[in-house]
Design a protein around this ligand. Structure first.
Ligand SMILES: Nc1ncnc2c1ncn2[C@@H]1O[C@H](COP(=O)(O)OP(=O)(O)OP(=O)(O)O)[C@@H](O)[C@H]1O
Ligand SMILES: [Mg+2]
Length: 466
């Protein structure tokens, strides 16, 4: 009070600076709006502190918030609130400062009325050793919390389209909340194959150390093939629900060129599934040859549509490491039409044949649609179902069509009748069967070769990993 008020803040600042010079602490300011950009670190810190169990508050009052679509309650910090957080044995003191901004008469962009700053105090001895890791930890945790709290998104691209979200200008994807109900529980397929796929996904999601140690880009490719209505799209939704990933549904026919494709793929986030459905129809799979390039002109640019090589460049060329934790899923009804380059090892790590309803798959559908468990039906009916289901060559989609909106026993009888009809029809013409057999043979031949390559690669990897 001995200073006039206009001097007071200056003197306080000065005192603080002197204090800092001689103290054993370092101070860092993290401002909410940094120049013209929003500071991502600020919101990450806020999210981390407000949900961290290790943070201890000395504040008497905190404000509670629940965001739209979010199930978690977070608390906010008021002015001068102080929190202590510990990480790897180091203590971090966070102080939240809010000051009023002088009213602005004119501004190009909206600036909040308040200036909000986190000030971090950390022992000088800790700045080198743990600070970077601590900040990285905060950023990662914030991303994780956001993903778990928010609805996940389904993104799609359209020609000349893009984000209608004004806060992300130039963002080439359109987003809708992703709410597909399909899970691995509801997915009807062979249980052994199912758990194989689930284990593969889990290994992928927890595989950061492996991918780092082996120097491989952290990504994985799945090729889903099989006739329509066998659950390829449902499988993708189940994968996303299982891993809590976003989905980018890439519509290749809406992509003008390879450079556009690159832009799209660069704007996908980590922990996402990038899907290209009906890959055999959506890209000219044979135009891998490049035009001779002129100086200053990229060969593949503006040449009319993306090419397979452009796509492969992203799935496993140099560009594939831009962003990690990506899963690529390609689906097709005609696996024999695919370019062998696409089937080569390292591109599509797992080939999943989605086929007609098998007996184990049928049991899953009966349970999900009618609540029928093992032993609910008489042995006679079960045997009859088992005997006819494979020969009927009925897709899970067609089975569910029969089971839906019917009373339990009527549904089962109806299904049995339908399957028997189909079996009779199949006995007549074998065209479909022949076709499928041919495709499968073709694929197996490719796969055999791929398996060999893969085995070699695994051996190489293991050598490196050890
Ligand atoms: N394996 C399955 N398990 C459970 N439901 C399934 C399965 N396959 C199909 N269905 C049902 O059939 C519907 C259509 O299946 P889906 O869209 O997944 O087939 P698809 O293989 O992607 O077909 P397409 O090749 O035509 O894209 C699903 O919404 C689901 O209700
Ligand atoms: Mg589909």
């Amino acid at each position: 009070t001995i200073f006039p008020p206009e001097l007071r803040s200056t003197v306080l600042k000065l005192l603080r600076r002197i204090n800092h010079r001689f103290s054993s602490y370092c101070y860092y300011d993290i401002t909410e709006v940094d120049g013209v950009n929003t500071n991502e670190l600020y919101s990450a810190v806020q999210l981390h502190l407000s949900t961290s169990s290790s943070a201890v508050s000395s504040a008497g009052r905190l404000s509670l918030t629940r965001h739209l679509n979010s199930s978690a309650v977070t608390f906010g910090l008021s002015h001068n609130d102080t929190l202590f957080d510990t990480f790897e044995g180091a203590v971090f003191q966070w102080e939240h400062l809010i000051t009023q901004r002088p009213p602005q008469s004119f501004s190009w962009r909206h600036v909040p009325d308040e200036k909000r700053v986190f000030t971090l105090r950390v022992k000088k001895t800790h700045t080198k050793s743990v600070l970077n890791r601590y900040l990285e930890h905060i950023t990662n945790r914030a991303a994780e919390i956001r993903r778990n709290n928010q609805d996940r998104h389904l993104y799609t691209n359209s020609r000349g389209g893009g984000s209608i979200d004004s806060s992300r200008p130039g963002f080439p994807w359109e987003a809708v909340p992703f709410k597909h109900p399909s899970t691995f529980e509801t997915l009807a397929m062979d249980p052994v194959k199912k758990s194989e796929i689930m284990a593969d996904l889990r290994d992928f999601a927890n595989g950061e150390a492996f991918y780092k140690a082996t120097g491989r880009a952290w990504k994985r490719g799945y090729l889903l093939f099989g006739p329509p209505g066998t659950g390829k799209s449902s499988m993708i939704a189940s994968m996303a629900n299982y891993l809590n990933y976003d989905i980018y549904d890439l519509e290749l026919s809406e992509v003008g060129s390879n450079s556009e494709l690159r832009k799209l793929l660069m704007k996908t986030s980590a922990k996402s599934i990038i899907v290209i459905e009906d890959i055999d129809c959506s890209i000219n799979l044979t135009n891998r040859t490049k035009k001779p390039s002129r100086v200053g002109h990229h060969a593949d640019e503006d040449s009319g549509g993306p090419t397979l090589s452009g796509l492969l460049n992203f799935t496993d060329g140099l560009w594939s490491c831009c962003g990690s934790e990506r899963i690529f899923v390609f689906t097709t009804n005609h696996v024999d039409k695919l370019d062998p380059a696409l089937l080569r090892s390292g591109r599509m790590d797992m080939h999943i044949h989605m086929s007609y309803c098998s007996y184990p798959a049928l049991k899953i559908l009966l349970k999900n649609y009618l609540g029928i468990e093992d032993g609910d039906l008489s042995d006679g009916i079960m045997e009859e179902l088992e005997g006819v289901v494979e020969k009927a060559k009925i897709t899970p989609a067609d089975v569910s069509e029969v089971l839906i909106r019917r009373e339990k026993m009527r549904a089962v009888m109806e299904l049995l009748k339908e399957m028997k009809n189909r079996r009779e029809r199949k006995r007549g013409g074998n065209e479909d069967e022949e076709q499928e057999k041919r495709e499968l043979e073709m694929h197996n031949r490719n796969a055999e070769k791929i398996e060999k390559d893969n085995d070699q690669m695994v051996v190489d990897d293991e050598k490196k990993f050890k």
